[in-house]
Design a protein around this ligand. Structure first.
Ligand SMILES: Nc1ncnc2c1ncn2[C@@H]1O[C@H](COP(=O)(O)OP(=O)(O)O)[C@@H](O)[C@H]1O
Ligand SMILES: Cc1ncc(Cc2csc(CCOP(=O)(O)OP(=O)(O)O)c2C)c(N)n1
Ligand SMILES: [Mg+2]
Length: 561
């Protein structure tokens, strides 16, 4: 047969991406996907080649969160695929749409367990962590597989999908017309989903009756790009709002109706809470006392039906997409004259906010040497605020907890952090994914231990000349540093000069031992829009074990006796 009218799996995969406007691939090259990546570059796709598959996967996951299109991570077989699985699982847990595509070994050999190169049952390995795990066995099925993976990743509760492509499928030829017929552009993969009228009326009645209401915004509302609907709901009903970490900025933290600075009071005393793209999981004490009151009634908007009653009775469940459902709630409430939070309730929040603002201001006045978390973060905050539009990536323990309350966000989807799992290692992957997908400058505020999980990607950042500035909060340890002259403890780290690391790759390194030089370095580096790394020296004694979640450490009863 002449090859004129033939194509193959390599080309069919690129065609399938292009058919559905997928233009970026985050990957680590190797057998059997290297030539797919080369072909993708030839066909003018953007391929970002990483040093470790976990980081490529995190970049793909955050690309999905930021764009509502599934991010694509490609890896080699077996160990490469397993490295990518951390990110696939984290994407599914965080409800970020991504597709992990891994090459795999020869089916004829591996199905008989005859010991092929990188032999592994990858499809089954992915099942527990993905919404869907499928294998392609013929090049003419690649179009269907990618279309199906796309829809599953973004429809309903977004998450991770695994697609397995054996090397021989990539190499197999197929008639061009047959392959072309197998390609299609999917229609409306994440359709609007409205709750029924009875559910809406029930929720509207409950919200309209509330004297001490609050809306709790989760990263689902940020992912849904529902900032306009949130603004209309919050402002037309004068209701206080509380943003979870990655929901910060859906409405500006400076908004007068933000209750963030009075979190415990607002949660503990609200009579009706509207959960909007947020789960009552460990981050919210599973909705239990003493933080929450047993008397609180819940309205819950979520696209996932079985999320309702996960931890508390939901008095008015609203199963639907946030944008459509919030708009319908606002319209219905306007028709009833809107919500009527009591002046007493609003004043009680205002008073606590003012008191806590004063406390925070006092904490931020101090300027010790060496820097502590608060003084360093005040400097970073001021450098960050001088560069509007910058995306903030944040991980660590103390570095995460202090930054969440000190660095305010004014725009949605600009704070990307450890999320639902509290996972370390998302830093450089998220920073790269955010810079590639948005073109914005990125400031990654990293604990020195957290940075270590993905730090080799500094070379990737320099290689692609990305506008990523990494600030390492160097307290020489996980949570804190070791006492001078002692042997290394399980949580100790060297007081290393990480700034020399980026210089080794050709990037710009800064070493900051005081807050003034730290603020100057952050501002200068962000304005330069070049890869930079700032080594910020933090007092090794300043940290708290596990930051705000010390209580999650198991305590032996013996140790108490
Ligand atoms: N478009 C959407 N409409 C409705 N719910 C959504 C949408 N996208 C995601 N979700 C839901 O948002 C929730 C996000 O919860 P979570 O990740 O716990 O947020 P947070 O950690 O900020 O509280 C998930 O339960 C998910 O099903
Ligand atoms: C994949 C994974 N492995 C380990 C851990 C456990 C952990 C939680 S926080 C943290 C690092 C804290 O040290 P860091 O220096 O980053 O921050 P700071 O408090 O400012 O000193 C670890 C190792 C998690 N969450 N995920
Ligand atoms: Mg540290």
């Amino acid at each position: 047969m002449s090859t004129q009218n033939l194509t193959d799996g390599f080309h069919a995969l690129i065609d399938a991406f292009k058919k559905n406007d997928i233009n970026n691939i985050y990957a680590v090259a190797g057998i059997p996907i290297t030539d797919v990546l080369r072909l993708a570059v030839e066909r003018e796709m953007k391929v970002i080649a990483f040093r470790h598959e976990s980081n490529a996967g995190h970049a793909a996951a955050i690309a999905g969160y930021l764009t509502q299109k599934p991010g694509i991570c490609m890896t080699v077989s077996a160990p490469g695929m397993l490295n990518g699985m951390v990110a696939l699982a984290n994407a599914t847990v965080n409800c970020f749409p991504m597709i992990l595509i891994s090459g795999s070994s020869d089916r004829a050999i591996s199905e008989l367990k005859r010991g092929d190169y990188e032999e592994l049952d990858q499809v089954n390995a992915a099942v527990p962590y993905a919404k869907l795990s499928i294998r392609v066995n013929r090049p003419e099925d690649i179009g269907l597989a990618i279309a199906r993976a796309y829809r599953v990743a973004v429809s309903g509760r977004p998450g991770g999908v695994y697609v397995d492509i054996p090397g021989e499928v990539l190499a197999t030829t197929v008639d061009k017309d047959v392959a072309e017929k197998s390609m299609f552009r999917i229609v409306d993969p994440a359709p609007a989903q409205l709750p029924g009228k009875a559910a809406l009326d029930r929720a509207i009645d409950l919200l309209a009756s509330a004297e001490r209401p609050m809306i709790l915004l989760g990263k689902g509302a940020a992912y849904a790009q529902a900032e306009n609907e949130v603004k209309d709901f919050v402002e037309s009903n004068k209701v206080p709002f509380l943003p979870m970490s990655m929901a910060k900025g859906i409405l500006p933290d400076s908004h007068e109706q933000s209750a963030a600075a009075a979190r415990s009071h607002t949660i503990g005393n609200a009579d009706v809470v509207l959960l909007c793209g947020a789960r009552l999981n460990w981050l919210l004490n599973q909705g239990q006392g003493p933080l929450w009151s047993d008397d609180t009634k819940f309205v819950h908007i979520d696209i996932e039906p079985i999320e309702m009653d996960s931890n508390r009775l939901i008095h008015a469940p609203l199963v639907g997409d946030i944008k459509s459902t919030l708009a319908a709630l606002t319209e219905g409430l306007k028709a009833k004259g809107g919500m009527k939070p009591s002046e007493e309730w609003l004043n009680s929040i205002k008073e606590r906010k003012e008191r806590n603002f004063e406390r925070m201001a006092k904490r931020l006045e101090a300027d010790p040497s060496p820097m502590n978390f608060s003084s360093a973060l005040r400097a970073v905050r001021d450098g960050f605020n001088a560069n509007p539009g910058t995306i903030l990536v944040n991980e660590g323990a103390n570095t995460l907890d202090f930054a969440r309350s000190i660095i305010d966000m004014e725009e949605p989807r600009k704070r990307l952090d450890t999320g639902t799992w509290g996972i370390m290692g998302i830093g450089m992957g998220y920073a790269i994914g955010a810079a590639v997908e948005t073109g914005e400058a990125v400031l990654a505020v990293e604990g020195d231990s957290a940075f270590g999980f993905s730090g080799m990607e500094i070379e990737t950042i320099v290689r692609y000349n990305l506008p990523v500035v990494t600030v390492i909060f160097n307290n020489s340890g996980i949570y804190r540093g070791d006492a001078p002259g002692t042997d290394p403890s399980p949580t100790g780290l060297l007081p290393a000069r990480y700034d020399k690391m980026i210089e080794a790759f050709g990037g710009v390194g800064y070493h900051a031992e005081d807050s003034a030089s730290l603020q100057k370095a952050v501002d200068e580096a962000l304005k330069a829009r070049k890869p930079a790394l700032i080594n910020a020296v933090i007092d090794p004694t300043a940290g708290t074990e596990s930051g705000n979640i010390t209580h999650l450490n198991p305590q032996s009863a013996l140790s108490k006796s």
